[in-house]
Design a protein around this ligand. Structure first.
Ligand SMILES: [Zn+2]
Ligand SMILES: [Zn+2]
Length: 130
């Protein structure tokens, strides 16, 4: 099961909701492939599905850009087999830098507000999802 958090900036009023963790769709690579939009990623999943040695990890993660503080809520997917390796990578929509996943509980990290210079985001748990 995953968790949903609200992120709030007390300084400028910016707020957003993020979903992190493992939903029931993530139990099989095949069901992940069914909701993935990106054709290149779908193809990679299909390649790993054919490989018996494949193991994978999948969850929703909050990604942040260290350069401009932008945030994105995206699928983290890491697949390994005896001869192949894949991990999802996202680049920032604003500045193009590589984004980094935040550890699963956003309450344990200090996030800078993407909208104002001095704000820090406060994360509040608000529900479980699946
Ligand atoms: Zn702010
Ligand atoms: Zn950026």
């Amino acid at each position: 099961m995953g968790e949903a958090y609200k992120l709030d900036c007390a300084n400028c009023g910016y707020h957003t909701n993020v979903f992190v963790g493992i939903g029931f769709m993530y139990v099989y690579l095949h069901s992940i492939a069914s909701f993935v939009q990106d054709p290149a990623l779908k193809k990679r999943i299909a390649e790993f599905e054919k490989e018996p040695s494949t193991r994978y990890e999948a969850y929703d993660a909050l990604y942040r850009c260290m350069a401009c503080r932008s945030l994105r809520n995206e699928l983290y997917l890491e697949m390994k087999s005896d001869r192949d390796y894949f991990v999802t990578a996202y680049s920032c929509g604003k500045c193009g830098e590589a984004m980094h996943p935040v550890p699963d509980d956003p309450r344990t990290v200090e996030l800078d507000c993407p909208e104002c210079a001095s704000g820090k985001l406060t994360a509040t748990f608000y529900m479980d999802w699946d």
